[in-house]
Design a protein around this ligand. Structure first.
Ligand SMILES: C[S@@+](CC[C@H](N)C(=O)[O-])C[C@H]1O[C@@H](n2cnc3c(N)ncnc32)[C@H](O)[C@@H]1O
Length: 224
């Protein structure tokens, strides 16, 4: 089935959030990093500006800057309405209120949009849809990240996850996935099954992180 922008709710996080979610140390930041499903996050732009090497992969990168901007504009109100209805499910310490949340997300997505065309020309934003094979050799990256994509959308199913993570592990020496719960921040059988599968051939660890916005989402999975 063709990938449709109408099905995506673009909502990008920034570099501080990525560093906390994935416990990225100063030495991690100096490694070759790939982000899968980075969408409109500003991690790539902000890391590149600081001299680090980040390559982002996402199917939305097939669309133009204007098309992505239009989709962000359309979904912004809907997402904020949903957040207002579900405020008790979030921890309001780092982000203090809805206005701060909206400002932070919109500022991250603006940074992404302003950088998108240049980043695409520099091959920092690559149009790619997991679990397809990536057109790069094995171990092209040291660390591969997935923020708020893999393990969260359980409806994508077990096979999708096994194939996607296997392909990420082909091009990355280590991968980190955050969070490891579903969209309602509930523990899932999918995460348990994925861990059992990769435990047979890889080192698999669950690590507590210093990031928790949705209550219960403070753990990441490391596979290497
Ligand atoms: C909720 S957003 C997360 C964006 C970003 N990682 C962040 O945390 O700010 C999920 C992203 O997954 C992307 N996505 C959806 N299907 C995908 C696939 N098959 N392969 C890679 N990325 C996909 C979407 O386009 C979207 O940008």
């Amino acid at each position: 089935m063709a990938f449709r922008l109408d099905n995506v709710v673009p909502w990008g996080r920034n570099i501080d959030e990525y560093q906390k979610m994935f416990m990225l140390s100063d030495s991690d930041m100096k490694k070759r990093i790939a982000g899968f499903g980075d969408g409109p996050a500003s991690f790539n732009y902000q890391a590149t500006k600081q001299g680090f090497s980040v390559t982002s992969f996402d199917p939305i990168y097939q669309f133009t800057k204007e098309q992505i901007a239009e989709r962000i504009k359309k979904t912004r109100v809907v997402v904020m309405e949903q957040m207002k209805l579900n405020m008790e499910n979030y921890v309001w310490t780092d982000i203090k209120n809805l206005d701060e949340l909206e400002n932070r997300r919109m500022s991250a997505m603006k940074m992404f949009l302003d950088d998108f065309e240049q980043g695409k020309a520099e091959k920092r934003y690559i149009y790619h849809e997991l679990p397809s094979k990536i057109n790069l050799p094995d171990n092209s990256f040291d660390i591969g990240l997935s923020s708020h994509f893999l393990l969260m959308y359980t409806s994508l199913g077990y096979d999708f996850h096994i194939r996607s993570i296997s392909e990420m592990l082909r091009v990355c020496r280590q991968i980190r996935i955050f969070p490891i719960v579903d969209l309602d921040a509930e523990k899932t059988e999918l995460t348990e099954n994925v861990i059992s599968y990769f435990n047979k051939k890889y080192s698999v660890k669950i690590v507590d992180t210093s990031y928790e916005f949705q209550k219960g989402e403070n753990k990441m999975l490391i596979i290497e």
